[in-house]
Design a protein around this ligand. Structure first.
Ligand code: ASP
Length: 635
C-alpha cells in the first residue's frame, strides 16, 4: 500500500493503485502523489519511460492510477519529514490510467471545506480525505474491540428486528406502512429494549448487539435520526456486574484508540450529582460546587440580604484569575445579567474580605472552597484559594476564580407565587423543594459556562491524548418519574421497564409520591456527556402492570401495546438488567471530532435529510396506492 513504504523498502519492486492526490509537472519529470487508504507515496515518472510519462502527463487529480515501479530513497535533502513515506519515492516503469475523474467540487487532498452541505452531497469525495479514512478505521477497530471483549465475557451477538412495534424510549417512531395489511404500520425500533428483555426470558443470559436505533425527534447538533448503540442485557446481574462489563468494553474500546483507562470509574447518586454539580451528567474536569449553606447563618443572611433557608453555593474555576478590578466587576454583572430574574445573585467576595464584620465568614468560605479545590487537584499542599489569589496577583501567575451564588431576599415568595419564569421544575424533584433543585441546576450551569469561558486559561478541556483527558462517572439512583409540564402527567424518566427501588415500592410511593420514587437506573457519563443509560428491569408482571398504570395507562391500553410482553413476563422471567451506549459518540470523542457526522459514513443533516441520495423523497402514486396511503396537503 502507498502509505506503508519506508526507507527499508528501497530496491523493492511494487505495484500500487490509488488516486492522484496531487500532480507536479517538472517537464522531464512528473511527480504524482498517489493516495490509497493507507496514505500517500510519491511517484516519479521520468520522460525516459515514455509511455508512462505520457499517461502521467494526462493524469489529473482524483484519476485512478496503477503504477509499477521500484522504491528508492530520495536524494539527501529532498526527504519530506512531514510524510510517513517522506524518505522514499517510487520510480515508475509502467503506469495505467484505470479511470479518469471530473474536476471535483473540492479536493480530497485538502482539509475539510467549511460548507458542510457540499461535503455531504459529495460524501464519497469527502470520505476520501485522510482524516475521514482515519475516523472510519478507528470506528472499525473500536467496534471490533468491543465485540471481542463481550464475546470473551460470554455474550452472544443476536440481531433483533428493524420492522417491529413501537418501543417507548421517549421519541417519536419512524413508521413503515404495510402493503399487505392496509392501514397498518411497522415501527422502526427506538432501541432493541423489549427484544433484549425477551431474549433474557428465552434464557440467552448474556446478549449484546451493535444495534441501529431510530428516533424521530427534533434534531440537535449532536443527534442523528438513526444511530448506533452498543446494546447489552444480562440475566441475574447486580448493578456492579453491569458496571464491570461496561467498564471492561470501554477500556477495550479506548485501548483500540491508544488510551489506557483505569477502571473502576467514580460513582455517585443522582442526588449527589445535582447537589455537587447541579446536573445529572457532571463534567468532572472542573472542581465540584461547594455548599456554603451552613456558613451563611440566619444572622449573616439577614445582614447580607440573603434569603433564609435556601442553598448558597460556591465553586472555583481553576487558573481563570488575573482579572483586574474592573474585569471582575464586569464579570459579576455578566453573571447577574445571566441570572435574569431567577432570584439569584453573586456574592461580592472582595467586599467580604475587606470588611471587619464579614472577615470570619470570608475565612470559612475560603476554607470550604480550598478543601474542595485541593481534593480536585489531589494536592494537599496547594495554598488556599485566596492565598493563591494573593500570591498569583503578586507573581502574575494565573490563580483560581472563586464564585459564590446566593438567593436574593424574596426568592421563596416570588417562587411560591409562581412568577419566576422557568424556576418551577417538577421533574426530578425528590429534593424537599423544587426551588432548591433549580438553584443547584442554575449554579451548575454557571459552573459549566465559566469553565468553558476560561477553557483557554485553565486548559482542563485540552486533549493531551492521555487517559486523564477522560473523566468517567456513573450516576445511579435516578428518579423513576419525570413530570411532563406539557401533558401534565408523570412520564418514565428512563423507560417503563425500569425497576423502581424495592424500598420505594414497599413504602407505597408509586401511588403516593411519584416524584420521590428512585429507579434502579444508571447513566455512564464522560466529560459531561451522557454516553449511555441502563437499568435493572422489572421482571414481575404485577410490578410491570402497576408501573404502566402509574404512567397513566389503563390495563386495556397496556394490554393493547405490551400484551405480548406482559404475557412473556409470566413464563419464568429471570431478574435481568442491561445498558446501551452510543457508539457514534464514543468514536466521535476518541477521534477528537467535532460532530457525530464526522464518524457516521452517511449521516443526515440537522433537518434529517441525506443530501447525497436526496432522501426523503415523495413516493410515486403507484407506491402510495399499494401502501393504501393518500397524502393530505396541510392547509
Ligand atoms: N434501551 C435503553 C436506551 O436506549 C437502554 C437500556 O435501558 O438498556 O436508552
Amino acid at each position: 500500500m502507498c502509505g506503508e513504504l519506508r526507507a527499508e523498502d528501497a530496491g523493492q519492486d511494487v505495484v500500487l493503485m490509488g488516486w492522484v492526490n496531487r500532480r507536479r509537472d517538472h517537464g522531464g519529470l512528473i511527480f504524482l502523489d498517489l493516495r490509497d487508504r493507507s496514505g500517500i507515496a510519491q511517484i516519479v515518472v521520468d520522460e525516459k519511460s515514455a509511455a508512462a510519462h505520457a499517461k502521467a502527463d494526462a493524469a489529473r487529480p482524483e484519476f485512478v492510477v496503477a503504477v509499477k515501479g521500484t522504491v528508492r530513497r530520495r536524494a539527501a535533502g529532498l526527504e519530506n519529514p512531514n510524510m510517513p513515506t517522506g524518505e522514499i519515492e517510487v520510480v515508475a516503469s509502467e503506469l495505467l490510467l484505470l479511470n479518469d475523474a471530473r474536476t471535483p467540487p473540492f479536493s480530497p487532498a485538502e482539509d475539510a471545506i467549511a460548507n458542510e452541505e457540499v461535503r455531504l452531497k459529495y460524501r464519497y469525495l469527502d470520505l476520501r480525505r485522510t482524516e475521514m479514512q482515519a475516523n472510519f478505521a478507528l470506528r472499525s477497530r473500536v467496534a471490533m474491540a468491543i465485540r471481542n471483549y463481550l464475546v470473551g465475557e460470554g455474550f452472544l451477538e443476536i440481531e433483533t428486528p428493524f420492522m417491529t412495534r413501537s418501543t417507548p424510549e421517549g421519541a417519536r417512531d419512524y413508521l413503515v406502512p404495510s402493503r399487505i395489511h392496509a392501514g397498518s404500520f411497522y415501527a422502526l425500533p427506538q432501541s432493541p429494549q423489549i427484544f433484549k428483555q425477551i431474549l433474557m426470558v428465552s434464557g440467552f443470559d448474556r446478549y449484546f448487539q451493535i444495534a441501529r436505533c431510530f428516533r424521530d425527534e427534533d434534531l440537535r447538533a449532536d443527534r442523528q435520526p438513526e444511530f448506533t448503540q452498543i446494546d447489552l442485557e444480562m440475566s441475574f446481574p447486580q448493578m456492579d456486574t453491569i458496571f464491570r462489563v461496561t467498564e471492561g468494553f470501554l477500556t477495550a474500546a479506548f485501548a483500540a484508540a491508544g488510551v489506557a483507562l483505569t477502571p473502576p470509574f467514580v460513582r455517585m447518586t443522582y442526588d449527589e450529582a445535582i447537589r455537587n454539580y447541579g446536573i445529572d451528567k457532571p463534567d468532572m474536569r472542573l472542581p465540584a460546587m461547594v455548599s456554603l449553606t451552613e456558613e451563611l447563618t440566619p444572622e449573616l443572611r439577614e445582614k447580607l440580604k440573603i434569603e433564609q433557608g435556601l442553598p448558597v453555593l460556591g465553586f472555583v474555576v481553576p487558573d481563570a484569575g488575573n482579572l483586574s478590578g474592573t474585569e471582575r466587576k464586569k464579570l459579576m454583572n455578566e453573571i447577574r445579567g445571566g441570572f435574569g430574574d431567577c432570584g439569584l445573585d453573586v456574592l461580592d467576595l472582595v467586599r467580604l474580605q475587606t470588611s471587619q464584620e464579614f472577615s470570619e465568614l470570608f475565612v470559612h468560605i475560603d476554607q470550604a472552597l480550598s478543601t474542595e479545590y485541593r481534593k480536585f487537584l489531589g494536592k494537599e499542599d496547594t495554598p488556599s484559594v485566596f492565598q493563591s489569589i494573593m500570591s498569583g496577583q503578586s507573581t502574575g501567575q494565573p490563580y483560581p476564580l472563586a464564585i459564590v451564588v446566593t438567593p436574593k431576599l424574596g426568592t421563596t415568595a416570588q417562587h411560591r407565587a409562581g412568577t419566576v419564569a422557568g424556576i418551577l421544575t417538577h421533574g426530578h424533584s425528590w429534593h424537599s423543594d423544587p426551588l432548591e433543585t433549580s438553584i443547584y441546576k442554575r449554579v451548575g450551569a454557571l459552573r459549566l459556562e465559566l469553565g468553558a469561558k476560561y477553557a483557554d486559561k485553565h486548559g482542563l478541556f485540552a486533549k493531551t491524548g492521555a487517559a486523564a483527558d477522560f473523566k468517567f462517572v456513573w450516576v445511579t439512583d435516578f428518579p423513576m418519574y419525570e413530570w411532563n409540564e406539557e401533558t401534565r402527567t408523570w412520564d418514565a424518566a428512563h423507560h417503563p421497564f425500569t425497576s423502581p427501588h424495592e424500598d420505594d415500592i414497599r413504602a407505597g410511593r408509586l401511588a403516593s409520591d411519584k416524584g420521590a420514587v428512585r429507579a434502579l437506573a444508571y447513566d455512564i457519563v464522560l466529560n459531561g456527556n451522557e454516553l449511555g443509560s441502563g437499568s435493572i428491569r422489572i421482571h414481575r408482571k404485577d410490578v410491570q402492570a402497576e408501573i404502566f398504570r402509574s404512567l397513566g395507562m389503563t390495563d386495556a391500553e397496556a394490554h393493547e401495546r405490551f400484551g405480548f410482553f406482559l404475557d412473556a413476563l409470566e413464563y419464568g422471567t429471570p431478574p435481568h438488567g442491561g445498558i446501551a451506549l452510543g457508539l457514534d459518540r464514543i468514536v466521535m470523542i476518541l477521534a477528537g471530532a467535532a460532530s457525530l457526522r464526522e464518524v457516521i459514513a452517511f449521516p443526515k443533516t440537522a433537518k434529517a435529510i441525506d443530501l447525497m441520495v436526496d432522501a426523503p423523497t415523495p413516493a410515486t402514486p403507484q407506491q402510495l396506492r399499494e401502501l393504501h396511503l393518500r397524502i393530505a396537503t396541510r392547509s
